[in-house]
Design a protein around this ligand. Structure first.
Ligand SMILES: Cc1cc2nc3c(=O)[nH]c(=O)nc-3n(C[C@H](O)[C@H](O)[C@H](O)COP(=O)(O)OP(=O)(O)OC[C@H]3O[C@@H](n4cnc5c(N)ncnc54)[C@H](O)[C@@H]3O)c2cc1C
Length: 378
């Protein structure tokens, strides 16, 4: 009997895990990946859509292009997870596993911030970014607030990128002098583990007259008065609110009883949950790393190594080191990055790589290599 590996979610974590398993063992394993969607979209593509640099259609990577020995990708919606029995129910039936890996990402909880649905616009989903693609070209004056409603949130540098790209867009249309941009975030600096990266972003904000309001989050919104109420009790009036909603694991994960404080606790080194043979990777887990695709991938590789070792092949299982590079758009077509290391040493570190042609090429390669490995694109 082949080992049945059931992977819930075909995002960064699920795609990397199933690809690595297929590369290592091909059809010696029986790998089933379940996702409710029909395509993958890189997180950063949402900023491209929002600022009209591309279309939602152009950035979709259809799952039908995933063809890997030993891997079956099913389009089904997961409705229940029983970690003790390693049994999963979907809208199409029941799946049983020997190894279960939960990689269902994080959802947005817009209603957790009173008034946000009526008064704000989220830009963290493809639909939200698409809506804003027709709103942003119409901004001619007034106060635009970019605001984060809670931590943890995906890709901590992304709202900073949003502020810088918005500045570029308003300059390009000759209306920047008639607009004010403020950026509210719960973290005290834009990228706390990397003081150098934070300093570079704060300098970029200062040069562009973008007001940074750190250490505070958007607690609620008064749509009638167009005012954001911040967590310190202060108010910020806005004409347009671009928001990052509060995050939490998907409802089906919370309903499974696996979560604590909204996410699945795991062993930081091995990604094991408290149920034997059940792992959680990526944004749905509390794994001691930021919520970003690169860390979901790193976690996936550690779990893949454990599954391969259990099958009697490959290297002995390694531990998750929490390392990854996040690329950051600084505006003006400039791209820098930060090399994050959260788990390998006694302290979290983040090494800044200033914007350069090389960083731009590396970001391109980041996307291209995943499109090639996961989707077989040349
Ligand atoms: C604007 C923005 C910019 C970003 N930029 C970067 C970046 O530059 N670099 C980076 O590393 N990360 C970036 N990220 C973060 C990155 O996109 C996420 O951290 C990453 O996708 C997490 O991977 P994951 O596998 O945990 O979850 P996901 O990639 O979110 O995948 C989860 C999958 O589970 C599926 N799913 C959920 N519920 C169900 C269900 N009930 N039934 C079936 N399927 C279900 C979903 O359809 C989804 O495909 C960015 C995010 C945003 C929003």
């Amino acid at each position: 009997m082949k080992t049945r590996v059931l992977v819930l979610g075909a995002g960064f974590g699920g795609l990397e895990l199933s690809t690595t398993l297929s590369e290592a063992l091909g059809d010696e394993l029986d790998v089933t990946v379940i996702d409710k969607g029909d395509a993958f979209v890189f997180g950063y593509s949402k900023l491209d859509v929002m600022f009209g640099r591309t279309t939602p259609e152009a950035v979709r990577l259809p799952y039908r292009d995933v063809a890997k020995p030993g891997v079956r990708l099913l389009r089904e919606t997961i409705t229940a997870i029983d970690p003790a029995a390693k049994r999963v129910t979907t809208d199409a039936g029941v799946h049983e596993a020997d190894v279960l890996v939960v990689a269902l990402g994080a959802d947005y909880d817009v209603d957790a911030t009173p008034g946000l649905a009526e008064g704000g616009n989220e830009f963290y989903s493809v639909a939200g970014a698409e809506r804003l693609a027709s709103v942003i070209p119409a901004i001619a004056e007034g106060h635009v607030v970019i605001g984060v409603c809670g931590a943890p949130f995906k890709c901590p540098p992304a709202p900073s990128e949003c502020a810088l790209l918005l500045h570029d867009e308003l300059v390009r249309r000759g209306v920047r002098d008639d607009c004010r941009i403020s950026f509210v975030m719960p973290l005290s600096t834009p990228v706390p583990p990397s003081p150098e990266t934070s300093a570079a972003l704060l300098d970029a904000f200062a040069e562009r007259d973008i007001e940074f309001v750190g250490g505070r989050r958007i607690a609620s919104v008064d749509p009638a008065r167009r005012v954001a109420l911040l967590s310190d009790g202060s108010e910020l009036a806005f004409d347009l609110l671009l928001a990052v909603p509060k995050h939490r694991a998907p409802q089906v994960v919370i309903g499974s009883g696996m979560t604590e404080d909204g996410y699945i606790p795991v062993d930081f080194s091995t990604l094991e949950t408290r149920w034997p043979g059940v792992y959680a990777i990526g944004d749905c887990a509390t794994a001691g790393v930021p919520k970003a695709g690169v860390f979901a991938e790193g976690a996936a590789r550690v779990v893949a190594q454990a599954i391969v070792a259990q099958a009697g092949a490959g290297d002995p299982p390694g531990r998750h080191l929490g390392r990854g590079t996040c690329y950051i758009e600084f505006g003006g077509g400039r791209i820098g990055s930060v090399d994050i290391d959260f788990l390998s040493g006694p302290e979290r570190t983040g090494t800044f790589n200033a914007p350069s042609q090389e960083q731009m090429a590396l970001k391109k390669r980041f996307g291209a290599s995943r499109r090639a490995r996961w989707f077989g694109q040349a």
